[in-house]
Design a protein around this ligand. Structure first.
Ligand SMILES: [Fe+2]
Length: 436
C-alpha cells in the first residue's frame, strides 16, 4: 500500500471524495491551460500524427461522460449525436480535422456541463461498494489519469506546432556526474506488477514472481552528450548498429539525428516549444524512436533493458524512493511539467532506487526491449480498448513517465507502449548489459 492509498483509507470515503474533487479540478485547470490559444491554433492539425487540440479537449469530457455519468451515474447521454466523433477507435487521427467537431467554445461548454454532473455523481456514489468501478473511486482514477495522458499528448502536439510562447518553462535542480555510470543488479526473484495499487490499470496486474539473472543497468538515462558521440561517429550511416526494420526506417525517412535537432556548423541546435537553443549535453536525450535507442545501445556495446529489468531496478516499491506520493514535492523526480524539459543527469539523488539507479521516474519515458504483452493471469478491466487490443508484437513498452507526466499517472508498475518508429513522444532510454 502506498502512502497515498494509506492516506485515502485513513481519510475514509469523505476524505477520498475531497481528494478526487481536488484532483479533478487540477487536471481540468491543466487541460484548459494547454488549450488557452486562438481558435485557429486549436482546430488546426499540426501533424498527421496528432488530433487537433480541440478534439482532445472534447474527448476527455466525452470519456468522462461515458464512464462516470452513464456507466456509474446511470444518466442518459447528454449529446448522443457526438459520441462517434470522439470515439478514439472510430476515425484515425489524420481524419479528425475533417469531422464536424465541436468548436472550441462548444467544447469548453460541453466538458464543463459534464464536469458539473460528475461532481454530483461523486457526491452521491458509494465508494465502498464492492463494484470494482466504484470501489476506492476507481472510475474517477480512470478519468483523471486519462485526462492527464491527453494533456501530455497535447504537449506533444504543442511541440510539433513549433509555435513559441504557449508552454511555460521552469527551474530544475543541477545535474551531478556519476562516479560509477552503471549499477549491478544481482540475480534473483522479484515481484513484477501489482495487486494493491488502488488505481493501477489492468495491464499492470496481476503481481507475479519472476527470476532474472544478474545484469548491469545505466545509473542515468542516456544524455544528449553521449548520444551525440553516436551521431558524430556516423551511427546513422552504419547499418551494423540497426535492426533491418530500423535501417529501412532510417533510409526511407533520411533520419540523421533525434527529432527537432538541426546542425549548424559544429553546433547542434534543437527546437523546443518554438524556441531554438543549443542542445544541452547533460540532459537526457528525448524524441528518439525505439529504433534509434536500440541502435545506440548496440553501438555502445550494450542493449536496451527488458521491462522486467527496468522494473526490478526500481527495487520493488511504488516509486523508486519508496511509497511516498511524489505529489507536489519536487525532491524526487521531474514530473508534472515543473519545467518543459528533462532534468540533467544526476539531478535527483534523493529519488534513487535502493540499488542506486536514478531518474527512473520522470524526465523521459524510457524505451525497453519488450513488446507490450499481457502478464500471466491478465484480466481485462474495464474495457478491451484500454490495453488488450494493443497486445502483441507491434508496440514496444516504455516505462517511468516523462517531465510532462503528472504524478497521478505514473508509478514503477505503469506501462506505456508505442510503435517503434514514434518520436514525437517525450521518450529517451537507458542501456543495460548482461553479466558474463
Ligand atoms: Fe483517450
Amino acid at each position: 500500500m502506498t502512502d497515498l492509498d494509506a492516506a485515502l483509507a485513513a481519510a475514509g470515503p469523505t476524505g477520498l471524495k475531497e481528494r478526487i474533487a481536488a484532483e479533478l479540478a487540477a487536471v481540468r485547470e491543466r487541460s484548459l491551460a494547454y488549450t488557452d490559444a486562438d481558435d485557429d491554433m486549436l482546430v488546426r492539425q499540426h501533424s498527421l500524427l496528432m488530433s487537433p487540440l480541440v478534439w482532445d479537449l472534447a474527448h476527455v469530457g466525452n470519456y468522462e461522460e461515458l464512464w462516470v455519468l452513464r456507466e456509474v451515474g446511470g444518466i442518459e447521454p447528454l449529446r448522443p449525436e457526438i459520441d462517434h466523433l470522439y470515439d478514439a477507435f472510430k476515425y484515425p487521427r489524420k481524419d479528425r480535422p475533417s469531422l464536424p467537431l465541436l468548436d472550441p467554445a462548444e467544447a469548453r461548454k460541453y466538458i464543463s456541463g459534464v464536469r458539473g454532473r460528475v461532481l454530483d455523481v461523486l457526491d452521491r456514489v458509494d465508494l465502498t461498494a464492492p463494484d470494482p468501478l466504484r470501489s476506492g473511486g476507481y472510475v474517477f482514477g480512470l478519468v483523471l489519469q486519462h485526462e492527464h495522458q491527453h494533456d501530455e499528448t497535447m504537449l506533444a502536439t504543442l511541440q510539433l506546432s513549433r509555435r513559441p510562447g504557449l508552454v511555460r518553462d521552469g527551474e530544475l535542480p543541477p545535474g551531478r556526474p556519476a562516479a560509477d555510470p552503471e549499477v549491478h543488479i544481482p540475480a534473483g526473484v522479484f515481484t513484477m506488477g501489482t495487486d494493491t495499487v488502488a488505481w493501477a490499470y489492468d495491464n499492470e496486474r496481476p503481481a507475479h514472481r519472476l527470476y532474472l539473472p544478474g545484469y548491469r543497468i545505466d545509473r542515468h538515462p542516456v544524455t544528449n552528450g553521449a548520444y551525440l558521440e553516436f551521431v558524430e561517429d556516423g551511427g546513422y550511416r552504419d547499418p551494423r548498429w540497426w535492426l533491418p526494420q530500423g535501417w529501412e526506417w532510417v533510409e526511407r525517412n533520411g533520419v540523421e539525428a533525434p527529432l527537432f535537432w538541426t546542425r549548424d556548423g559544429d553546433v547542434w541546435w534543437r527546437v523546443r516549444f518554438g524556441r531554438e537553443e543549443p542542445v544541452p549535453p547533460e540532459e537526457p536525450v528525448q524524441h528518439v524512436s525505439w529504433y534509434e535507442a536500440d541502435a545506440y545501445a548496440r553501438w555502445a556495446g550494450k542493449r536496451l533493458p527488458t521491462e522486467a529489468e527496468w522494473e526490478k531496478a526500481c527495487g520493488g516499491r511504488t516509486y523508486p524512493w519508496g511509497e511516498a506520493d511524489p505529489g507536489h514535492h519536487g525532491r524526487w523526480a521531474n514530473l508534472g511539467h515543473r519545467a518543459a524539459r528533462p532534468a540533467p543527469a544526476g539531478a535527483f539523488p534523493d529519488g534513487a532506487s535502493p540499488y542506486g539507479v536514478e531518474q527512473l521516474i520522470g524526465d523521459v519515458w524510457e524505451w525497453t526491449d519488450s513488446w507490450f504483452q499481457p502478464y500471466p493471469g491478465y484480466r481485462c478491466f474495464p474495457y478491451e480498448e484500454y490495453s488488450k487490443v494493443f497486445f502483441g508484437e507491434t508496440h514496444r513498452v516504455l516505462r517511468g513517465g516523462s517531465w510532462a507526466t503528472h504524478p497521478s499517472a505514473v508509478r514503477t508498475t505503469f506501462r506505456n507502449w508505442d510503435y517503434p518508429f514514434r518520436r514525437q513522444i517525450f521518450a529517451g532510454f537507458r542501456c543495460a548489459r548482461s553479466e558474463e
